[in-house]
Design a binder for this molecule. Sequence first.
Ligand SMILES: NC(=O)c1ccc[n+]([C@@H]2O[C@H](COP(=O)([O-])OP(=O)(O)OC[C@H]3O[C@@H](n4cnc5c(N)ncnc54)[C@H](O)[C@@H]3O)[C@@H](O)[C@H]2O)c1
Length: 354
Amino acid sequence: MKIGIIGCGNIANAFHIPCYLKNGKVEIKYFCDILPERAENAVKKYGCGIAVTDYKAVLADSEIEAVSICTPNKMHSVIAIDALKAGKNVLCEKPAARVYSEALEMQKAQHESGKVLNIGVVNRFNTGINKIKQIIDSGELGEIYQVYVSFRAYRSIPGLGGDFTNKAVAGGGVLIDWGVHYFDIVMYCCSDPKIKTVSSEQFKKLGNPIDEYVYVNMWAGPPKADGVNDVEEGITGLIRTEGPVITFNGAWAQNIGEGETYIDFIGTKGGIRLNYAKDFVMYSTKSGMLTKTTFQMNEGMEFGPMFQNEINSFVECIETGKTLPSHIDTNIITAQMLDAIYRSAEEHREIKLD
Ligand SMILES: NC(=O)c1ccc[n+]([C@@H]2O[C@H](COP(=O)([O-])OP(=O)(O)OC[C@H]3O[C@@H](n4cnc5c(N)ncnc54)[C@H](O)[C@@H]3O)[C@@H](O)[C@H]2O)c1
């Protein structure tokens, strides 16, 4: 199967490209990036493929069956829709798009083309997350009545002034970049409870002026003093669903020197704390005693292989027609949720969803 990589930056080099190369059924025919040196470097580094700067050249090749879209968020819907219309199968990095309306357009193009459109909600391919879902589905924790979500870091902010902090490019800040993974896990493990109301507030207190910002971590590049930082670095809120109440606190940056990245699934019989990208602990009772169970992350259970699982599943679903849990139809629910969170924060009021 011949495929094209569109966007040859961090995530492409860290996971998509190496995972396709390990897959065995795939040949990478194109490396595409608007920065020619990135595409050319990939050709040299991986010893295969053709370097191009225009994604339309990839889509015009009838041999290409699928593409991975690893560009900044603002290009996700544009490239995905063009690719689907050109008859290609698509794995598009998360978030699906900057805003819900763009995600709906992507969904429409998928339905019309009948081609695959999966979003890079990679946690759905993690064995540990699937075990949590299995435990919740089995009823072992009783009724899950609250889920508490924390994605808080001490003074970081990715590439301050660059694509990640520019609303026109990214669509938002910590919620759309980090929160999207956390809410996706919640919705997946709790089987997509219908959302009733969303109430939130966002914070844009840190990071300006850019050149005066003091930080401990600046993943995604050093600050760009003349860049744009107009997204939220912090967000908090409450979501009522027909299942659990979801409460959340997220921050790329805050003046508390602790990172807290976990999801608590709180049930009537027991609870699970998922330490994001690490492991999980289950609290329950047995024979009148309290229990605290830790789970060993055996080979394949750790978070590392989830990207390989995601790529292998993408290739397999193109061959077999199987629908994956990362299909745009499931992802659209989280896209709507994020949209309501942002609307609530911008309008300082509760949003009701039908
Ligand atoms: N699944 C995850 O956990 C995860 C982790 C990191 C990033 N991501 C997502 O991956 C995407 C890319 O993030 P990144 O960190 O790799 O960013 P990056 O800036 O390192 O790479 C993006 C690349 O896309 C290129 N590009 C921009 N417009 C293009 C276009 N029109 N055609 C071709 N190439 C184009 C850029 O030149 C750049 O090389 C983002 O949407 C991000 O949210 C997902």
